[in-house]
Design a binder for this molecule. Structure first.
Ligand SMILES: Cc1cc2nc3c(=O)[nH]c(=O)nc-3n(C[C@H](O)[C@H](O)[C@H](O)COP(=O)(O)O)c2cc1C
Length: 189
């Protein structure tokens, strides 16, 4: 199985290796040191006016918090994501009386850096928007100035053959992207 993308110019190794698996090693225990590295990567992300509008809830597999987060996943996410070593809930600070879409942009940047740091530790991440935002907010007893944005997995990748049928096909499928000619509107080299 080759998930490395074909690119017109080389990518740094960590980005070339990154993809979002659903098959995780359910025996792998993530160390506190690895979790701290991933959280520090988010902490040191850039943000508008250095506002740092992200908050993280870290649920290691086997904890009470993990059960609550799993209950807040929808559909197929609930079948595969619990095997990952940890689930991280990303919440975003709301802005009083103003749009907080900039805060979501900042939080996305933080998660992006966290996924690269995880990759440097040979750990894989997979973001999930298929979640019960309100339920997670309630069950995690988050304050009213926070909105749940996304949950992502961190863990050791496992064999795709743990799945069958459509799930196996999805795990094995080549990764695809729009061509640069479509996404670079001006000035493509
Ligand atoms: C904000 C966001 C929400 C996503 N939600 C889900 C989800 O609920 N379930 C899922 O299996 N994958 C989800 N994904 C993963 C994407 O489908 C995946 O990143 C995309 O297909 C590209 O694949 P790659 O990450 O392997 O390159 C989500 C990704 C992002 C960034």
């Amino acid at each position: 199985m080759n998930k490395t993308p074909e690119t017109q110019a080389p990518l740094t190794d960590l980005l070339a290796k990154r993809w979002s698996p659903r098959s995780y090693d359910e025996t792998h225990e993530i160390s506190d040191q690895d979790l701290l590295s991933i959280l520090e990567a988010g902490r040191w992300a850039p943000s508008s006016s250095n506002g740092q509008p992200w908050r993280f809830s870290v649920a290691k597999r086997g904890t009470e918090l993990h059960k609550k987060v799993v209950a807040g996943l929808t559909g197929f996410n609930q079948a595969w994501a619990p095997a990952a070593s940890a689930l991280i809930v990303v919440s975003v600070l709301k802005k009083e009386g103003a749009s907080h879409k900039g805060n979501f942009y900042d939080a996305g940047l933080a998660v992006s850096l966290m996924s690269v740091q995880a990759q440097a530790l040979d750990l894989y991440t997979h973001q999930m928007g298929g979640i019960l935002h309100e339920q997670l907010h309630k069950d995690l007893e988050l304050s009213s100035d926070l909105e749940v944005a996304v949950v992502f997995t961190v863990g050791k990748k496992d064999l795709p053959e743990k799945f069958e049928g459509d799930a196996l096909a999805r795990e094995l499928a080549p990764r695809t992207r729009l061509p640069l000619t479509e996404i670079v509107l001006h000035g493509k080299p």
